[in-house]
Design a protein around this ligand. Structure first.
Ligand SMILES: O=C(O)[C@H](O)[C@@H](O)[C@H](O)[C@H](O)CO
Ligand SMILES: [Zn+2]
Length: 301
């Protein structure tokens, strides 16, 4: 084992109101992410350091790669395809037409190419919302949508185990990281259980990703950290503190997926905190973790 020292750098002072859904695109050496209330999908080129932004017509809560080219995103309560070249949006499916106050939140593509995303009621302030209004869905390659369960408060982080037999999921206000048995063939989930309960100072679990060793990394909203968890033992292995409180999500990227990228939010911070944390809303890169990630799955369809 090589000794590594952790370095944390703000690589892009984007001032996101609520940065989310970081996704590494190897083909363009870029990081994709969204700013939910700003209705923006962004792509930061790690070589040129240029950012390209696409504004859509409703809150955009997650973005993912698409096998056919371009991207998919959850916008309002719609699963959409994005054409980055001409900046056009095509609706693939709509959920919850009857729930005007709901929107999608975090989403990610499973190893078979289904796009999973959950919903929540719109917040009046961070983590303040009508409870139990959300559900978890997935968009299959043929564009039909399946619903898994309802009664969700804030549908958030999700990822799959390396053998594709477990689905990990966070409903933020449960303060728990949960696991389900996963059937990759059918996309069905079963046997929900908790694998980690957050400690008080860790605050609210938000976005999550798995690493190449099958361990989880969870961004803690208001906790200013990402925590490294062993879902087998239920133990926390490591805590990495960031210089911003509202850390929202994380992914691996860069060469061999050896770097971690972390998004965060500015919304809900008071003026003093903003003075103390001028990089709030930026994109952070963590190096020296000594563990790699795995490539994101593209949506098939
Ligand atoms: O990004 C998200 O997941 C939600 O849309 C945000 O509003 C916050 O993270 C949430 O308030 C913290 O739980
Ligand atoms: Zn989130």
């Amino acid at each position: 084992m090589t000794m590594s020292s952790i370095n944390i750098e703000c690589v892009l002072p984007e001032n996101c109101r609520c940065g989310e859904s970081p996704v590494w695109e190897e083909a363009s050496n870029s990081l994709l992410f969204v700013d939910i209330p700003a209705k923006k999908v962004c792509r930061w080129d790690s070589l040129s350091k240029q950012v390209h932004r696409m504004t859509v017509d409703a809150p955009v809560s997650s973005v993912a790669l698409r096998q056919l080219g371009g991207y998919v995103a959850t916008i309002g309560t719609k699963f959409c395809a994005l054409n980055w070249e001409d900046q056009s949006v095509t609706v693939l499916a709509t959920v919850e037409k009857d729930k005007k106050n709901n929107r999608f939140n975090d989403g990610k593509v499973d190893p078979a190419g289904r796009y999973f995303a959950g919903t929540m009621a719109e917040e009046t302030a961070p983590a303040v919302l009508e409870r139990h209004q959300g559900s978890l869905y997935s968009l299959f390659p043929d564009h039909h949508v399946e619903k898994y369960f309802d009664q969700v408060d804030i549908s958030n982080g999700l990822d799959w185990s390396l053998d594709h037999k477990i689905f990990y999921y966070i409903d933020s206000l449960s303060y728990s990281v949960d696991a389900f048995d996963y059937d990759l063939q059918t996309g069905k989930i079963s046997n929900r259980r908790s694998v980690y309960k957050l400690e008080k100072e860790e605050q609210i679990p938000d976005g999550m990703c798995i690493d190449a060793e099958g361990k989880l990394w969870v961004a803690c909203y208001n906790g200013g950290r990402v925590i490294h968890l062993d879902p087998q033992t239920g133990k926390r292995l490591q805590t990495v503190m960031l210089p911003v409180d509202k850390t929202t999500s994380c992914c691996f990227g860069g060469k061999f997926y050896s770097e971690m990228y972390v998004t965060c939010a500015r919304d809900g911070m008071d003026p003093e905190d903003l003075l103390q944390q001028p990089k709030a809303g930026g994109i952070f890169k963590i190096t020296g973790l000594g563990v790699k990630g795995i490539p994101p799955n593209p949506y098939v369809g």
